[in-house]
Design a protein around this ligand. Structure first.
Ligand SMILES: [Fe+2]
Ligand SMILES: [Fe+2]
Length: 226
């Protein structure tokens, strides 16, 4: 995929290193010949109820986040889809979000996670955010992406550490960490693409970033529980 090309080892948001050339772990979920692998078809039985709650909350919030991301890009495309400069970029990012969501949907079924009851809210809020910032202009749309992907990239990075604490030897848990790492790197790729496309020239960039970033953090906490 276009965004994956040219990825280099680099430091992101001060502390997260993206690594060149990692295999795309998530592709096992879209490969029918691997559908019966234990890593994609079973859930660990050797974890405690508390660890199960951690896994449950993590996958619920991730699925909700990927759903919202899809609707953000849908909202941006509704306004900027025909723009020669950013239209193809937004489409590329949306395509990646579609893949992320398809994988999260499979993970949700595999581990029998209850989806968020707020999925309609996530869709509407995502579309509204994408549409409204795109109406404000290309730079504001990119600033929205920059703010969202900063929070989501950090969220996935924190989750990697949380998943380490599950200490299950089940193959699905090793795979899950690899998938989360891959998605973190994709989200940080989106963040960098947005900065490269002048997100920081958006009117009231700091205010917009603060509001969008804060909204994402609140949404993460709400979807963890509901
Ligand atoms: Fe995503
Ligand atoms: Fe993203």
């Amino acid at each position: 995929m276009q965004l994956r090309k040219g990825r280099q080892v680099r430091e992101v948001v001060g502390r997260i290193a993206i690594t060149e050339g990692q295999a795309e772990a998530s592709e096992i979920y879209t490969n029918p010949s691997r559908a019966r692998d234990e890593a994609v078809s079973a859930s660990p039985q050797d974890i405690t109820p508390e660890q199960r709650r951690v896994l449950d909350a993590a996958l619920r919030v991730d699925q909700a986040g990927e759903l919202a991301a899809n609707w953000i890009y849908r909202g941006q495309m509704a306004v900027l889809g025909g723009d020669r400069q950013v239209g193809p970029l937004i489409q590329d990012m949306w395509d990646q979000e579609r893949h992320h969501l398809a994988v999260m949907d499979k993970l949700q079924m595999q581990h029998q996670i209850r989806p968020t009851i707020l999925s309609d809210v996530a869709k509407a809020a995502g579309f509204g955010l994408g549409f409204a910032t795109a109406i404000m202009g290309k730079e504001a749309a990119m600033a929205c992406t920059e703010a969202v992907e900063t929070v989501i990239g950090e969220h996935y990075d924190d989750q990697l550490k949380e998943l380490d604490s599950l200490s299950s030897s089940h193959p699905s848990m090793t795979l899950l960490s690899d998938v989360i790492r891959e998605f973190r790197d994709d989200e940080l790729g989106h963040l960098h693409a947005a900065v490269d496309h002048h997100s920081q020239r958006a009117p009231a960039h700091a205010l917009l970033s603060t509001i969008v970033g804060y909204g994402c953090k609140v949404a993460i906490e709400v979807c963890r529980k509901f």
